[in-house]
Design a binder for this molecule. Structure first.
Ligand code: C5P
Length: 219
């Protein structure tokens, strides 16, 4: 598929396990656009912070830490400084911790330009919680990807098991519920449906069907 307008910017938001990562990555490949997994940024910071024994309330210290570390995405790997942390940042404690620190406005402000810098070349597919509302309000296409809590927990479970993580379904369901609640209820950049966003419930859609549906919105 060829885009008629370049650069092109697609922003996708949605709750944990809604399929944003898989779908956004596939679309970026199909359209030859860059890809931003903004959740991974919060996860890298969370990992670095736990190693420094910071508590999630220590907003100023977290901001200082962000200034010090180097975060990098290279093909399929994610780096904290020179270390590959691709799998480690998916651990359950890191998921919870990342959603706690994500509530701090100064921290979010600190990483704003880093995220925006991914919009270059042919354009970008960015996914997270505030891509359609705060980071890329000018996006050409905004999608809110949703699925039922049961379906989302099932998908996350499969993903984590394949990657060798040790998880159980009921812990995972509670973790996802707690994170969703925190992400939706927080004052700063809460997860919400942007005015112009197209809402897609993917409960009964395959990955291919979801990708094709999103591509059909691009004219
Ligand atoms: O997308 P993922 O589940 O990896 O994100 C981890 C956490 O990072 C989320 O639960 C959310 O609290 C936070 N996050 C955010 N804004 C984004 C992406 C993620 O607050 N744009």
């Amino acid at each position: 598929m060829k885009l008629t307008k370049l650069p092109y910017l697609i922003a996708i938001d949605g709750p944990a396990g809604s399929g944003k990562g898989t779908i956004a990555k596939l679309i970026s490949k199909k359209l030859d656009l860059n890809y931003l997994d903004s959740g991974a940024i919060y996860r890298i910071i969370a990992l670095a912070a736990t190693r420094e024994n910071l508590r999630s309330e220590q907003a100023q210290e977290l901001v200082s830490l962000v200034k010090k570390i180097n975060m990098r995405f290279e093909s399929e790997e994610i780096f904290l400084n020179e270390e590959v942390v691709t799998n480690e940042i998916r651990a359950s404690e890191i998921s919870q911790y990342s959603s706690e620190i994500a509530a701090h406005l100064p921290l979010r402000a600190e990483i704003l330009s880093f995220q925006r810098a991914f919009y270059k070349g042919n354009g970008l597919v960015a996914e997270g919680r505030d891509m359609t509302t705060i980071v890329f309000p000018e996006a050409d296409l905004k999608i809110y990807l949703d699925a039922s809590p049961q379906e989302r927990a099932k998908r996350r479970y499969k993903q984590l098991i394949v990657k060798g993580n040790n998880v159980n379904m009921s812990d995972l369901t509670s973790e996802i519920e707690a994170r969703d609640k925190r992400d939706i209820e927080r004052k700063v950049s809460p997860l919400k449906v942007a005015d112009e966003a197209k809402i897609l419930n993917t409960d009964d859609l395959t990955i291919d069907q979801t990708v094709n549906k999103i591509l059909s919105f691009i004219t």
